[in-house]
Ligand binder design. Structure first.
Ligand code: PLP
Length: 396
């Protein structure tokens, strides 16, 4: 039986639910994007975004998905024939690698098991071997959305510094920014790539590049053809709060509101809320007797939890049963994880009660699908949430 009453639970790891406050902020007439009124909005979102990326440098906002922002990062910093070092953290790192290769760039792809983050030690060892400094960039996905594993960016930065290597550090924070502690300037990141539909709690449609002085300088001499994605074309009008082409005006209204919400709660409080909800989710999974895909506790994602299905049970069939019976979307396993994992998103507009609702849907679904498990996972998550807030460890 298919029942679709009540509010849909969008528990995929992005797009995340859009808060009513953001929806209302976007419900505005489209205004002239060359007007003084627009410039005020433009300046507010460009400056507000800097606070979320934690940078004093420019943040560029494209009307694009995250994939577009990936491409902007590549074409503004690298040249055909360059070599880069990437780490196989999962499906999204693999897709970014494919894109880099299509631009004629040679990729040294450090293999991974999709259950660990990028190893700072391995990155450092590769860079130490590269005495001729052929590697132009180290590219890492901060939160691998396909696996629920984070990579420790500050430690990767330390490994690059230790090797005294001049490579740029290019980081995908598409599913972490605004949900997981992240510091563009402090961690010496050269380009941070992100987008609107995850921690920013907006609909899809905005892509971001935060850029360091070193990255901008690389863009002035690199040899990659580009037009729409050119940073310099964007930065000139951005100085006055404008865009070189028609911007996604109403998404920018939403962005202004979303940034206000993040800053009102306080970024540290936002980060610890995500950690707390993630830990409660893991308490439920452990109680059910199922396995979390991430094998390294220091790398557990605060944004999503990927759960392995017991052998002989199909994760997609389970997800279908949950959707049909309880009106909840869970994330699918991607590429080599198809059918093997389901992903519970706990990011953006979520709190204890929405999480417990989602976990109830998972527990009901496990019973309905005949997946062997120990009942009481939701109660285990509640017990965790009854504990002290400061029990959460800091994340890198
Ligand atoms: N990188 C990561 C880590 C992602 O999670 C996603 C999408 O989920 C992407 C890149 C691609 O972003 P988009 O689908 O907005 O193009």
């Amino acid at each position: 039986m298919t029942r679709h009453q009540g509010r849909h639970f969008l528990q995929i790891p992005g797009p995340s639910p859009v808060p009513d406050r953001v929806l209302r902020a976007m419900d505005m007439p489209v205004i002239d994007h060359r007007s003084a009124e627009f410039a005020e909005l433009g300046r507010a979102v460009l400056q507000g975004s800097q606070k979320v990326f934690k940078t004093a440098g420019p943040v560029i906002i494209f009307p694009s998905s995250g994939t577009g922002a990936w491409e902007a990062c590549i074409v503004n910093t690298l040249s055909p024939g360059d070599k880069v070092l990437m780490v196989e953290t999962g499906h999204f790192a693999t897709l970014w690698r494919q894109m880099v290769a299509r631009w004629g760039i040679e990729v040294d792809f450090l293999p991974g098991d999709w259950r660990h983050g990028a190893s700072p030690g391995e990155v450092g060892a590769k860079l130490a071997q590269d005495t001729g400094h052929e590697i132009k960039a180290v590219m890492v996905v901060h939160n691998e959305t396909s696996t629920g594993v984070t990579s420790r960016i500050s430690d990767i930065r330390a490994a690059i510094d230790e090797a005294k290597h001049p490579a740029l550090l290019l980081v995908d924070t598409i599913s972490s920014l605004g949900s997981v502690d992240y510091r563009h300037d402090e961690w010496g990141v050269d380009v941070t790539v992100s987008c609107s539909q995850k921690g920013f709690m907006l609909p899809p449609g905005l892509g971001f590049n935060a850029i360091s002085e070193k990255a901008r300088a690389a863009g002035k001499t690199n040899k990659m053809p580009r037009s729409y994605w050119d940073w310099e074309e964007m930065l000139k009008p951005n100085a006055g709060g404008f865009f070189p082409y028609t911007p996604a005006t109403n998404l920018l209204y939403g962005l202004r509101e979303a940034i206000a919400m993040l800053l009102e709660e306080g970024l540290d409080a936002v980060f610890s809320r995500h950690q707390r909800l993630a830990a409660a989710t893991r308490a439920a999974v452990k109680h059910w007797g199922l396995e979390v895909l991430c094998l390294e506790p220091a790398e557990y994602s605060p944004v999503l939890t990927a759960v392995l299905m017991p052998p002989g049970h199909d994760a997609d069939q389970f997800r279908r049963i949950v959707l049909d019976n309880y009106n909840m979307s869970l994330g699918a396993g991607l590429s080599k994880l198809v059918g093997k994992v389901f992903r519970i998103g706990h990011l953006g507009e979520c709190n204890e009660l929405t999480l417990l609702g989602a976990l109830s849907g998972v527990e009901l679904g496990l019973s309905a699908a005949g997946v062997p498990h120990r009942a009481g996972g939701v109660a285990a998550a509640m017990a965790y949430l009854e504990g002290p807030v400061e029990a959460n460890a800091p994340m890198h």
